[in-house]
Design a protein around this ligand. Sequence first.
Ligand code: GZL
Length: 329
Amino acid sequence: MKKIFFVALALVMLVCVSSASADVVIAFSQIGQESDWRTANTDDLRHAIENHPGWKLVYDDGQQKQENQIKALRNFITQDVDYILFTGVVSTGWDEVLKEVNEAEIPLLLIDRIPDCADKIDYVAAFGGDFVEEGRRQVAWAGEYLKSIGKGDTDVNIVIMEGTTGASAQTGRTEGNLKALKEYPHLKLVGQQSGNFTRAEGQAVMESWLKSIDKIDVLIAQNDDMALGAIDAIKAAGKVPGKDIIIVGCDSVKAAFDSIVAGEMNCTVECTPLYGKFVVPTIEALIRGEKFDKTVVHPEEGVFDMNGGIDLGTVKSIKAADVIATRQY
Ligand code: GZL
């Protein structure tokens, strides 16, 4: 009799243990590996999810191709995962596949780049940068910096190096760049071209601009990787980056801080890739049955430069050298 009792007890415990360790499967369709920002974003989310007790990550690297991401999303549906994290390489062309995710009743979390169809699909939460404000801050920093060195009334030539064409980070930052240019009439736009968010393409675009544009005074690069590529080209052309050409990046990755401290870059506008601290508590809350509305949560973000103290209205710049040791990406 005793034996039957202990066998039954062991079976019950086995069932409890297996149900307690039953994985929550979270699938993540990531854009690719185009920049330091993207790598930091991937590393942060993978670490946060893979180190959460009872959670399992299904990860897909889209390698910058929309068709790869669409295939991955359909695979996630077939695998009947519990949650899907999604950021799209471009803003359009997701309606059909995201409706399939909705029909499969898999809760969808939008991170980073929010698709244009967001108002037509269901999603349970969204986190992303305020790209228009980031773009505004880039140009406003250049305008305010020039004023601070007595050149506020001097006509200067500015070029804008855009991110991946059609990505919301590109369209948003360009909108912010152009809106801010109207506030600084002495900033004359003489070049606008995509560097696709990569260092190599940023270098190539700057190389071509240095050959075709007589004088460039300011570069607005919509991410730090392109700014660093442009710096390589500027140095190869025998000019002094940060002095002959003022350089404003975006993301605030570690390499940008190093470049500002070295005097080669002037400013970087922050766009945090660290979404783990948003995604983990949100999924924990969703598991508890809590609901969120469709508001896109924008993280608090700063601006970092050579000397600090540049007032941009919504934020004042901070001296990069003062905080470089505290940076997490
Ligand atoms: C911004 C993100 C952008 C970064 C780039 O949230 O989508 O994509 O600014 C990255 O560095 O490639």
